[in-house]
Design a protein around this ligand. Structure first.
Ligand code: FAD
Length: 430
């Protein structure tokens, strides 16, 4: 296990014990409560989008890959129906639907004047700001999924198809550092590009570590919720220490395992920092976690603000000057490079053959994409303050982005918590 989060980037020398204590004792329990709320447990997703890159072999046959979508009446009406929000009753055309879609996160008990203002804000083309392909929520193929009923865990998705996804992400979309000379899967794919680690800016080097951290997190989850027994009378899930060791033990992975765990902590710190930065957005009085049940919504908004405030108080954030804060011109170019690479990664998620893995892969890339959008929008967020009516805030998040941001962070936070369990299990074995 690593003790410090260090590596290629000098800007992150953080004490793992401090992160563990902060996450496991303070943030993790609160996050679990928040993510069980109706606002955060229902995620709208299109799992039937065709893969834009290659032909995918379906894994519908793998029963552990199945995703159970919600029937319409399981989802609170306030979440399900934008028109129920009655943002504008008079205008019923397509344009209005488009606008209402973006207002899912905004308080609907507002004056007509403020509602008008919100509608005009949403005319802005948010696509240009996104780091992720967002599923069309109006598509008949998009469905609500209850995340609590479809947990991320072992599915049996593995082999060349899973490798092809990871390989394609690292080889083609990850500003891959030059230290990785070999193809990721020996003999299967050939690297066609040469990368120069030192010539890359710090954000591009960070990008590789974020993806590697996400990969580590997924593999921790499948080791922690492994199918231990699948006999006809019972199905037992639990920790598989052998699986974990094969993936992260220093000796068994020629030293790569601990690096991957450091990348997980690095990802944790990046997403934590995004949560800290986005606090002013959620503090806006017009923002509400709208499900249609005011008392509950208010309680969950307070819990969310508490979590974000705690993220802000965390003492070990990166050096503020080192990441995502370049000068205006360089910064814009960098943002665009990273945004495009990330957009591509989010498209690759439609090529994941196992629906359960696709669901969580899409959610987590969207969550990380939202975190990057936040980090690149720092100035706009800090400038948020109550605006006069008609003036559009320069920063917005849709409900889908909010749900994915918090759930993605919840996954990483759970992985950090699971490392504590694996440490204890490994100690017992000795
Ligand atoms: P893989 O994890 O497939 O890794 C391929 C190669 O990448 C390894 O040989 C190694 O060289 C390198 N590598 C491994 N980890 C890292 C890292 N952290 N950083 C950098 N390089 C690394 N399986 C499930 O059971 N449940 C799931 O929910 C699930 N979700 C998935 C979501 C996505 C998007 C994808 C692509 C796969 C998912 N999988 C899931 C499959 C799982 O991630 C593995 O691919 C599978 O278990 C096979 O593992 P493996 O040991 O062959 O190596």
């Amino acid at each position: 296990f690593p003790s410090k989060v260090t590596g290629d980037l000098e800007d992150c020398a953080c004490d793992v014990e401090t992160i563990d204590g902060f996450n496991n004792d303070q943030l993790f329990p609160k996050l679990q409560t928040l993510l069980e709320s109706d606002y955060f447990r229902f995620y709208k997703v299109n799992l039937n989008k065709p893969c834009p890159f290659w032909k995918v072999q379906s894994h519908c046959g793998l029963k552990l890959c199945a995703v159970q979508p919600c029937s319409p009446n399981e989802v609170p009406e306030g979440i399900r129906s934008p028109s129920h929000n009655k943002v504008t009753e008079a205008n019923d055309n397509q344009d209005t639907c488009e606008q209402e879609k973006h207002l899912g996160a905004v308080d609907v008990s507002l004056s007509n004047e403020t509602r008008e203002a919100l509608l005009s804000w949403s005319k802005h083309d948010d696509e240009a700001e996104r780091f992720c392909v967002v599923d069309d929520e109006e598509s008949p193929d998009s469905q609500y999924v209850d995340l609590l009923l479809n947990p991320e865990r072992y599915t049996g998705y593995k082999g060349p198809e899973a490798w092809q996804i990871w390989n394609s992400i690292y080889e083609e979309n990850c500003f891959k550092p030059s230290t990785i000379q070999r193809p990721l899967i020996p003999g299967l794919f050939q690297s066609t590009q040469t990368f120069h680690l030192k010539s890359q800016c710090v954000e591009k080097r960070a990008f590789y570590r974020l993806i590697s951290g996400l990969h580590a997190s997924i593999n921790i989850h499948l080791s922690a919720r492994y199918l231990l027994d699948d006999s006809w009378f019972q199905r037992k899930w639990g920790h598989n220490v052998t699986e974990f060791r094969q993936r992260f033990d220093s000796e068994l992975t020629a030293g790569e395992g601990p690096k991957r765990l450091r990348n997980l902590y690095f990802l944790y710190l990046i997403e934590l920092r995004a949560l800290a930065k986005v606090l002013p957005f959620f503090q806006q009085p017009s923002f509400r976690l709208y499900t249609g049940r005011p008392a509950e919504d208010q309680k969950h908004k307070e819990l969310l603000l508490d979590i974000l405030q705690q993220a802000r108080n965390f003492p070990l954030h990166f050096d503020e000057t080192s990441l995502f804060t370049g000068d205006e011109i360089e910064g814009a170019k960098l943002k665009e490079d990273i945004r495009l690479a990330f957009l591509n990664i989010s498209r690759i998620m439609d090529c994941v053959g196992c629906f359960k893995c696709r669901l969580w892969g899409k959610l987590q890339t969207q969550g990380l994409g939202t975190a990057l959008k936040i980090l690149f929008s720092e100035r706009q967020i800090e400038a948020l303050k109550p605006k006069s009516s008609g003036e559009r805030p320069s920063f917005q998040l849709s409900r889908q982005e909010i749900v994915s941001l918090l759930n993605a962070f919840g996954r990483i936070s759970t992985s950090i918590r699971e490392l504590k369990n694996f440490r204890a299990l490994l100690a017992e074995e000795r």
